[in-house]
Write a protein that binds this ligand. Sequence first.
Ligand code: NAD
Length: 283
Amino acid sequence: MYQIIDGKKISQEIKEELKEKVAVLKEQGKTICLAVIQVGNDPASSVYVGNKKKACAYIGIESQSYELPEETTQQELLELVQRLNADDKVNGILVQLPLPKQIDEGKVIQTIAPEKDVDGFHEKNVGALCVGSKGYVSCTPLGIIQLLKRSGVEIAGKNCVVIGRSNIVGKPMALLLLRENGTVTVCHSRTQNMKEITKQADILVVAVGKPKLIDDTYIKEGAVVIDVGIHRGADNKLCGDVDFEKAAPHTSAITPVPGGVGPMTIAMLMYNCVSSVSENPVP
Ligand code: NAD
């Protein structure tokens, strides 16, 4: 029988721990403020931004909201980011992606001061992860490490395979697993004989962006499977990159969609915000 890794429960645990930490910090006169910028009114982005603000309120972080019109120019957005960089009251800056096409996302990310880049996307933070020094780490892969650790999954010495090499998920995931002493292989769209590789995995992280691509034929019996994908099917139901029904019976543990990786992303954003004033706020 396989274990379902419950991201809802684990993310709630982390939020409770952070809430306590924030209360202690407040007593010491340390407050935390996250500035959230949304450009345009993409409905999915509005939901994500709303959830982030709710999480801030829950754990006791102040949030400032900047809702800019779709036609905002790159210059206008950069000026806002620079103003927030210079504002001592603001600890973290989050620009909700994707941005409208007239704005260069890379330029915006690199303009955020690295010490306020709570998404962990700035080159300086990515570089820090790469060489093993202090910096913010992308929230989704950071959350996956917490899911594994809090579910009792040993990473050190294990064969870890990551499918996907995006800057936000795949690459930082591989680096984090390496930091935890896993033996890491990355598969991507040009990988040949992918099944031969994934069938070696003790821990398989799937961030491929294709609904139900990974079924039991990719999985070693008893592997731990983490599904990062999130898609809404024609039936309006959510599904992941893994075909849960086919894969789950062959795993020892697996994350569901919804309720697996998704809730961890916001919890780890809160973790990064609290880290801005207190090192390693939860174990
Ligand atoms: P992406 O599209 O940027 O990257 C997908 C990666 O998969 C690419 O590196 C590509 O090389 C690889 N790939 C594509 N087709 C492949 C194939 N047939 N075989 C092997 N590799 C292939 O996506 P992303 O931003 O990394 O996101 C991946 C998924 O995770 C998406 O479904 C996204 O919605 C989801 N996501 C979820 C969260 C969350 O909080 N739950 C956060 C970020 C992303």
